[in-house]
Design a protein around this ligand. Structure first.
Ligand SMILES: [Zn+2]
Length: 205
């Protein structure tokens, strides 16, 4: 495998480690889908995690402006799910620090831990496992910027764009693989697999 894994490398790594599955799934919103993606399942495999983190860090390092900021760079995840990638990328880049935002429940806005202060002018690379709609990354970007930090780029392992994706303008964005999300049905009544009586698993997000 090259130092930056190709799209096919990433897909086969995800499949081999159970992070990408074919089948019949129902999302909490009632949509039915033929593919399941959970990067956390892949990141538990240390060697796979290392390949992905190092590959992603190389993508980021290719940006000369960001490369010049590395000694001062903060790697920030929008939620705990992005942490294995954030630590892996930070280690591979030899960046300065890692931290993350979180929320106790969905009705709460994202926040940082007590005493965690973003320094004025702090350079921040946002890192997560997947970008779908980008709403969480947009929220953590706002959180960093409101505290005087500067978001200089975003990096994710898998880019799985949703039609409602947030527009981040010219912000540098890096990913290792782009995936569609399989065949998609609005609900059970519209689902061909349900019509054939194929059982489904409910997806917990
Ligand atoms: Zn179905």
């Amino acid at each position: 495998m090259e130092l930056v894994p190709t799209q096919n490398d990433v897909v086969s790594l995800l499949r081999r480690t159970g992070g990408l599955r074919n089948g019949h799934y129902e999302y909490p919103g009632g949509q039915h889908i033929t593919e399941y993606l959970q990067v956390a399942l892949t990141m538990r495999d240390y060697q796979a995690a290392k390949i992905l983190s190092v590959g992603l860090s190389r993508r980021v390092r290719a940006n000369t402006e960001i490369r010049a900021m590395i000694p001062e760079l903060s790697v920030v995840a929008p939620a705990t799910g992005g942490l294995p990638v954030a630590y892996g990328v930070c280690e591979a880049l030899r960046a300065r620090q890692v931290y993350w935002a979180e929320r106790v429940n969905d009705s709460e806005s994202l926040h940082f831990r007590q005493y965690l202060e973003v320094q004025p002018g702090e350079k921040v690379l946002l890192v997560d496992d997947i970008l779908r709609t980008g709403t969480k990354l947009a929220e953590v970007k706002k959180l960093v910027e409101e505290r005087g930090g500067e978001v200089v780029g975003m990096a994710v392992v898998v880019y799985q764009p949703n039609p409602t994706r947030v527009d981040f303008g010219a912000l540098p964005f890096y990913y290792l693989a782009q995936l569609g999300d399989g065949k998609y049905y609005e609900n059970e009544a519209a689902c061909d697999l349900c019509k054939r009586g194929v059982p489904f698993d409910k997806v917990r997000l």
